[in-house]
Design a protein around this ligand. Structure first.
Ligand code: GLN
Length: 534
């Protein structure tokens, strides 16, 4: 019988429900349980794939090709649970399913309502996800903040869920904020009381409170929260601001959160063992010996979440290389304005991430030219690879005006273009080349040295491809096509000779990096950056 944990958030958004949920997954997994995580998103988009990164942040792609919420990235980084298309459900998906059923006549004669039809579909999706994952404990994070209109059906479904699976098989954890009011020199519990009150109005009494705070919660404060919120004092967990997000599981374990959860479920497990995580991840993240500054040259650098998995992957590689990676976020439009030399002269590595649309492209191309000519380690991801091809075609092969047809439909040299199968697509949602595809790695290449494998699998999210018409010419001029998708002969990885590290890939390695197992491409990018004196 699967056990279910619902995590909700109150007071304000951005408290880190994702990290809290992932950390709960981590401590339970470390006591020997098989866990799975799922995110319920109240927005009406069917998936975040059509949203602007500034609206939503990064779109996380699962192995099976679903475009999902970026919180799933934390679930995969903290635990060994693999997320799938079942791991993220949105209001859009739920309504789509119910309305399609109604049109088919499945509910003939009935009025379709939020309760029970929408809530039933939400519960159904939780059961499906649990079934697909075969997990012993399923953690379900409910997006939004308690009190939002949009999240009500999800909370109502969570309330009904315990009624159906039994008290001992479901648990409610509420994440809340205990603000410190400077003028009064006091921390305040009132917003938490209100937030829990709001949850109780819906019929959910939280079993555990996780309190985000900048200050330690005294015994008195915990007692007060316990009394007013009707939660056991030991179930009031303090979540102080941490230097590294990877400390959070340790913080939870130290306060006995694992024991409280296991005892509620009546599960007997070995005690949680986070020794390796502490030694190999946390201690290394906090006290690195070296440091290296690398630039991420993108156009959504103003929002921390837009390149979440990339930033985390750089941190993971820092942990591995005993290095504090300082990330210089460079707006590619600033490179256009001020020149690559002035924006990038102090960095030991340049990373160009994925993206869509023409704005900022010329800045990325200029940054890549700078990396190539000045022998600065370079890693290009997806659009970053496409820009590297454009740069090389223009500046080394003499194809003046070479471009991707995404940016210039009538370019004389379409070095990046659409595959036939993408040309007639009209619907924008879920129609890119998505998810995991195999890639053959060329023997003797840097990529092969990095992966130490001849076949790898990586996740994709793009429409445009390298145009094979230009393969011979680019090869002659020094590009090595080091990764190929064999079935369709598509270029997946390129590199150049005589450079400390210059690799660009059509896929997204950032989705598969973990704090205790950095992705090899990032790992060696940082290792190369460390060798550069800057
Ligand atoms: N815009 C490019 C394409 O669609 C790159 C996409 C990306 O970087 N994710 O192919």
């Amino acid at each position: 019988m699967t056990k279910y944990i619902f995590t909700t958030g109150g007071v304000i958004s951005s408290l880190g429900k994702d990290i809290a949920s992932a950390s709960i997954g981590k401590i339970l997994e470390s006591s020997g349980l098989k866990v799975a995580l799922m995110k319920l998103d109240p927005y009406i988009n069917v998936d975040p794939g059509t949203m602007y990164p500034y609206q939503h942040g990064e779109v996380y792609v699962t192995e099976d090709g679903a475009e999902t919420d970026l919180d799933l990235g934390h679930y995969e980084r903290f635990t060994s649970a693999e997320t799938t298309r079942f791991s993220n459900a949105t209001t859009g998906q739920v309504y789509n399913t119910v309305i399609a059923r109604e049109r088919r006549g499945d509910y003939l004669g009935k009025t379709i309502q939020v309760i029970p039809h929408i809530t039933n579909e939400i519960k159904e999706r939780i059961h499906k996800a649990a079934h697909a994952s075969k997990a012993q404990v399923m953690i379900i994070e409910i997006g939004g903040t308690v009190g939002d209109i949009e999240s009500l059906p999800f909370l109502e479904a969570a309330r009904q869920f315990r009624l159906e699976v039994g008290y001992r098989n479901a648990l409610y954890i509420h994440l809340t904020l205990i603000p410190f009011v400077r003028s009064a020199e006091e921390i305040k519990t009132k917003p938490t009381q209100h937030s829990v009150g709001k949850l109780r109005e819906i019929g959910i009494q939280p079993d555990i409170l996780i309190c985000r705070t900048e200050k330690t919660l005294s015994d008195d404060i915990k007692e007060k929260i316990s009394l007013f919120c009707n939660v056991n004092k030991e179930a009031v967990i303090e979540a102080r601001d941490a230097e590294s997000i990877y400390q959070v599981p340790l913080m939870f374990k130290d306060q006995g959160l694992d024991k409280i959860i296991l005892s509620h479920f009546g599960l007997k497990c070995r005690s949680t063992d986070l020794k390796d995580w502490d030694e190999l991840v946390v201690q290394k993240a906090l006290r690195p010996r070296y440091k290296a500054t690398v630039a991420v040259v993108g156009k959504y650098i103003g929002l921390q979440d837009a390149y979440k998995s990339i930033y985390e992957s750089l941190i993971h590689s820092g942990i591995y290389n005993d290095t504090r990676v300082i990330i210089k976020k460079v707006d590619s439009e600033d490179v256009e304005k001020h020149g690559a030399g002035s924006m990038l002269n102090d960095v030991a590595g340049i990373l160009v991430p994925g993206g869509f649309g023409y704005r900022g492209i010329e800045g990325k191309v200029a940054a890549i030219k700078f990396a190539r000519e000045k022998n600065i380690p370079f890693l290009g991801l997806c659009l970053g690879m496409q820009c590297a091809v454009v740069e090389f075609a223009r500046n080394v092969c003499g194809l003046k005006g070479a471009n991707s047809t995404e940016f210039n439909k009538s370019t004389k040299y379409p070095v990046i273009s659409l595959l036939e199968e993408q040309r007639d697509i009209k619907n924008m949602g879920g129609t890119m080349r998505l998810g995991a595809y195999p890639c053959r790695v060329k023997k003797g290449s840097v990529a092969h040295k990095t992966y130490k494998k001849s076949m790898v699998t990586e996740r994709h999210r793009h429409r445009y491809e390298f145009n094979n018409i230009y393969r011979d010419l680019l090869e002659k001029k020094g590009i090595i096509f080091s990764g190929i998708y064999p079935k369709k002969n598509l270029v997946e990885m390129i590199e150049i000779k005589k450079h400390p590290y210059f690799i660009a890939v059509q896929f997204h390695p950032e989705f598969k990096s973990k704090p205790d197992k950095p992705h090899p491409l990032f790992r060696d990018f940082i290792a190369a950056a460390l060798k550069i004196k800057r």
